[in-house]
Structures are given as structure tokens and as C-alpha cells.
Design a protein around this ligand. Structure first.
Ligand code: UDP
Ligand code: MG
Length: 321
């Protein structure tokens, strides 16, 4: 490695990506070999793959002894957020890019990201535009998610920014100081601050394999995101409860006056049922939200590590480029 060159860490979390790996390395290597200003290393996190992903990684590492490459084999599936944390922890670079293995994040953006970094930006975030193939429901729910979280939380999320970013060493170190166990990267990246540049691209379709997300998981992820970065869901119940109690009181006053003035009993079985159902529903949501936060306190209070590595395979990258 020449002393003049900066080192770029390319961090890739993988879970069952056996079919994507070959083309991924092909495309990445081609691009970065053409970036004369940097040396690079791969940091690959095997996040509990059940297929032959690890074997293929080790094979590739062995066959390419000139490439600096660290493979972190996690002891089980810890989820992408934890896997990325592991990657940043082992990265040696002056800057690092985190990228998905399925090539939905085009590696061709990396030179542009580096360009921005050389200009002095500390975080370069790739923002994807919607694809025509995204369903109406997906666009709408994503839009709604960003709107609501940005309304109620202190940190603002950039809509459609994924985990495909470049971080300067200072930003990496800052990111690593955030040791929470329930991790919501979009929020964490935004929370650390730094001078950020957005670059836009079209998100591609998956190369091979299947996405590990479904609507239920996405919904849970969204709720985790909101409850990680905002206290409003906890606090809103106070105001809602006050409002409901006052309206209940006023309605009671109204019924009594009505009875006195008109002499007619107010028939109300149906409305009674509606009120009971509606408000017991609200109460359960309120309790559920309390549960979410208490669950969070429970998990964080155990102070367990974010990930556990079974083994780290390091290839120092023998040859100077
Ligand atoms: N991934 C991971 N652990 C998981 C799920 C996913 O490391 O538990 C990796 C996966 O191999 C891929 C990236 O995270 O490199 C993005 O995953 P996916 O394509 O399933 O997410 P999507 O693109 O649908 O958001
Ligand atoms: Mg994907």
C-alpha cells in the first residue's frame, strides 16, 4: 500500500447471498481498480447465512490473496443493522462505504461518493428515486412513514436514503460510540450529524436471491424507528386522555340537562357499545406503546453486545497495487 493513498473500506453485510457474490465482486473490483486515488479493503459480514455463502467468501478470499479482505463470521443472524455495526468496527479505512450484496445499490456510484469525500464532505448518502415497479402501496406507506417520523422526532430522516453511504473516519468513530442494541441505522446516521452530501440514483432490482423483508417486518422496523427517536408516542396519551375525559364529562352534563329539560330518557345502547369499544381500543394501544418502550429499556438494560463473531478471517492483501 502506498503511503500517499487513502484507504477505503467497503462494508458488505451478507445473508444467504451465495448467488450474488460473484457478480458483486466483479462489479466492485472493476470500479475500484479504476479509482486511482484510493486503496481498498473488503469487510464482509456473514450474518448467519444458512447456504454456502461463507464457503464462497473464503474461496474468493483465498483466490485473491492480493486483495485486503476481512470476513467476519457472526455466530448467528443478528440482522443487517447489527451486521453493519460489526463491519464499521473492523473497518480500517480513512472512509468506508456500506453497500448491499444484491447490487440494488449500484457500485458505480462509489467513485462519485469518493469525489464528494475528497471535496470535504464527511457523509455521502445515496438517495434512490422510486422505481416504476414499486407498488402504489409501497410508495404510499414509505411516504407516510417518513412524513410521520419527521414530524414527531428530533432527528430528520432523508426520505429514501438507505444504508448505502460513505462515512469519513470521524463519522465512523461517532457511529461506533452509539452502542444501543435496538438499532435503526437511518436515524443513527442522521443523529451523528456531520457535513452531508446527497447523491441520487435509481434503485435497481435484486440480482439474485430474495429480499429478506416483508410488510410485517417493514412495519415493525418503522415502529422501531419511531420509538427509537421520539418520545411523542408516549406523551400523546396524556393529552388524548385529557381530551377524552373532558368530552366524556361534557357529554354527561348534556345527558343530565337533556333529561331534566325534555323529560325523555336518552336511549343509548348502541352509542354505549361504540364508546366502550373505541376507548378500550385506545387504551390498549396506549398500553402497547408503553410496552414498546419498556421492552426497549429491558433490552438495553441487559447491556449485551450488539453482535458476536464466531471467527474473523483476515487477508492482509499481500501485493502492493
Ligand atoms: N442482510 C443481512 N442480514 C439480514 C438481512 C439482510 O446482512 O438479516 C443483508 C443482505 O444480505 C443484503 C442487505 O442486507 O446484502 C440488504 O438486504 P435485502 O436485500 O434483503 O433488503 P432490501 O434490499 O430488500 O431492503
Ligand atoms: Mg435488497
Amino acid at each position: 500500500m502506498s503511503p500517499m493513498k487513502k484507504l477505503l473500506s467497503i462494508i458488505i453485510p451478507v445473508k444467504n447471498e451465495s448467488d450474488s457474490l460473484e457478480i458483486l465482486f466483479q462489479r466492485l473490483t472493476k470500479i475500484i481498480d479504476n479509482s486511482p486515488n484510493v486503496d481498498y479493503e473488503y469487510i464482509i459480514i456473514n450474518d448467519g447465512s444458512t447456504d454456502d455463502t461463507l464457503d464462497k467468501l473464503l474461496e474468493y478470499q483465498k483466490a485473491n490473496s492480493h486483495i485486503q479482505m476481512t470476513i467476519i463470521d457472526l455466530s448467528r443472524n443478528f440482522g443487517k443493522e447489527a451486521a453493519l455495526y460489526a463491519g464499521f468496527e473492523y473497518a480500517n479505512g480513512d472512509c468506508a462505504v456500506s453497500i448491499d450484496a444484491d447490487l440494488q445499490d449500484p457500485p458505480e456510484l462509489i467513485p462519485e461518493m469518493l469525489e464528494c469525500w475528497f471535496q470535504g464532505y464527511e457523509v455521502v448518502t445515496a438517495v434512490h428515486e422510486y422505481r416504476e415497479t414499486d407498488t402504489f402501496l409501497k410508495r404510499k406507506t414509505a411516504g407516510l412513514f417518513y412524513k410521520s417520523i419527521n414530524k414527531i422526532s428530533e432527528v430528520k430522516l432523508t426520505p429514501n436514503a438507505g444504508d448505502f453511504r460513505l462515512l469519513d473516519r470521524a463519522a465512523i468513530n461517532a457511529f461506533l460510540t452509539l452502542g444501543e442494541k435496538v438499532r435503526f441505522n437511518k436515524g443513527l446516521f442522521s443523529w451523528i450529524g456531520f457535513k452531508e452530501k446527497l447523491i441520487y440514483h435509481k434503485r435497481e432490482v435484486r440480482q439474485a436471491g430474495v429480499s429478506k423483508w416483508n410488510y410485517f417486518k417493514l412495519f415493525k422496523f418503522a415502529i422501531d424507528g419511531i420509538t427509537s427517536f421520539s418520545k411523542s408516542p408516549l406523551e400523546i396519551w396524556f393529552y388524548l386522555g385529557m381530551g377524552i375525559a373532558i368530552s366524556g364529562f361534557l357529554y354527561g352534563v348534556f345527558i343530565i340537562l337533556y333529561k331534566i329539560l325534555s323529560g325523555i330518557d336518552v336511549p343509548g345502547y348502541a352509542s354505549l357499545l361504540v364508546f366502550v369499544l373505541f376507548f378500550s381500543g385506545l387504551q390498549m394501544i396506549g398500553i402497547g406503546i408503553l410496552g414498546k418502550y419498556i421492552g426497549r429499556i429491558f433490552i438495553e438494560s441487559k447491556r449485551r453486545p450488539i453482535f458476536i463473531a464466531r471467527k474473523i478471517y483476515i487477508n492482509e492483501g499481500a501485493a502492493d497495487k
